[in-house]
Design a protein around this ligand. Structure first.
Ligand code: CA
Length: 238
């Protein structure tokens, strides 16, 4: 018996016309939108009720969307709420900065309503799966979905939220090769509007975070990626 609750979406946007348009569309599509015009108002909202997702404008008066994303990611209360950044600029460094700050996705203005809805649904879908099961291991690499911890040779490894999901998926399906499309589909959810390049960015970041264990994540040229216990990280030189 699944009482269908309307997902609450906090819109942090200083331009009333955009906020209004987004809110109307969300409401028509079964969401419960809440509008905050800046970081202060948004924080008040978050302190009161935790939303299911945050739609965060990059350019805001006062604290920028980027600063807010960092702050909310670092806060135990808000750290698992998906954040979708709205940005007027389309260039790659900014997108990467947004993802680095802990945003789950970004959407470039102007965007279509359909695209926005698809992306919100995708972040909501993505949030749940890694909570279901617990410990997976590949050699000395361990991931505990319950505590959201990764360790290598019993030492903790810090990985970002997207890298965690990616690693979790790869570890649950070891040895086989996954194409970028498959990874977008399984890890990112609704991949229609995300470029395959995004996968490469996160794989790179994942390897960096894993250090020596990064060698477990193999690139299969022309196909995609896999995680394998066969790779010998920190191998003695032959
Ligand atoms: Ca703005």
């Amino acid at each position: 018996m699944n009482m269908k609750k309307q997902p609450r979406v906090l819109i942090v946007e200083d331009e009333p016309a955009i906020a209004e348009l987004v809110a109307v569309n969300l409401r028509h599509n079964g969401f419960a939108p809440v509008w905050a015009e800046d970081g202060t108002a948004a924080q008040r909202e978050l302190d009161a009720v935790l939303p299911d997702a945050i739609l965060l404008d990059w350019m805001l008066p006062g604290q920028s969307g980027l600063a807010l994303a960092r702050k909310w990611r670092a806060d135990a209360r808000t750290k698992s709420v998906p954040i979708l950044m709205l940005t007027a600029r389309g260039d790659e460094p900014d997108k990467v900065q947004g993802l680095d700050a802990g945003a789950d996705d970004y959407i470039t203005k102007p965007f279509s309503t359909q695209e926005l809805l698809a992306r919100i649904r995708a972040v909501l879908r993505r949030r749940a799966p890694e909570n279901v099961d617990d410990l997976v291991r590949i050699g000395a690499l361990a991931l505990d979905a319950a505590t959201h911890r990764v360790s290598w040779q019993e030492r903790p490894v810090k990985v970002g939220p997207t890298e965690f999901k990616l690693l979790h998926y790869l570890m649950k399906h070891p040895e086989r090769v996954h194409t970028r499309q498959q990874l977008l589909d399984k890890v990112w959810g609704d991949h229609v509007f995300i470029e395959e390049r995004t996968v490469d960015v996160h794989v790179k970041r994942l390897r960096e975070a894993l250090g020596a264990a990064g060698a477990l994540v193999e690139t299969v040229r022309g196909v995609g990626y896999r995680i394998t216990a066969q790779a010998a990280p920190a191998e003695k030189a032959a």
